[in-house]
Design a protein around this ligand. Sequence first.
Ligand code: ZN
Length: 300
Amino acid sequence: MRIGIDLGGTKIEALAMDEHGEELTRHRVDTPRDDYDGTIAAMVGLVKLLESKTGRMGSVGAGIPGSISEKTGLVKNANSTWLNGRPLDKDLSSALGREVRIANDANCLAVSESTDGAAAGKRVVFGVILGTGCGGGVAIEGRVHAGPNGTGGEWGHNPLPWPTDEENPGPLCYCGKRGCMEMWVSGTGLARDYREMTGQQKTAREVIAAFEAGESEGVAAVDRLEDRLARGLATVINILDPDVFVLGGGLSLTKHLYESLPQRLPKFVFGGEVDTPILQAKFGDSSGVRGAAWLWPLAR
Ligand SMILES: [Zn+2]
């Protein structure tokens, strides 16, 4: 049995699945925010609960909104900031009495979708989470490609490419730099852009609803979002040229992206030739928790 844990900023979800990837049971609890020991205890409690429900022991993988530094063994880059500077994998492994694998949540999306999701059978998969923030991750042959710095796929903190005068230098990001992709192509970024352009306050979901209703300001906001997303994805093609993009997170539910992005990409990709499929994550919100479980891959 494999257990995957998705450690989010508001919820911790855990899933147990059998050797074929069939779900056995799942459970979620609120994240003890700003409480590191409480977060460990909640994760341990979820594993124990799933094991008592199924009567089986499982391997444990966890997806986190950050990564473990190779150099220090400590969490870095987590927007759930109480995890930063903590040896989460070691603490969780010792609390559970077994080795726990931890990866960035966008890497988990890429692993999940490349194992048995929308990108099954593709060799190099670039996963993008368009949620409250914006993350990216790479899976190669179903395994995480984190790289020696643990930053493989961290596309959300590259600057928006080919910025217009109005987009330059761009809003200040929590990472300390300006104009990061995350500030533009995320739920938060869409809402901010809409507010700045129209003077009206709407959530990302409301902006998407306005777009779908054909309201001109909503249409213009989604047009800007799609153009920025295309520019960002074009740079990924120019560097990595993945076999497929898989989009997850709340904004990935916007069907229009999948018609529009392939038409917009050639303008930005070197040489103008683009055949890269852009697909919606098959497992939706469950991709993170499934990918965490698949961190213990099948023997192959
Ligand atoms: Zn940033």
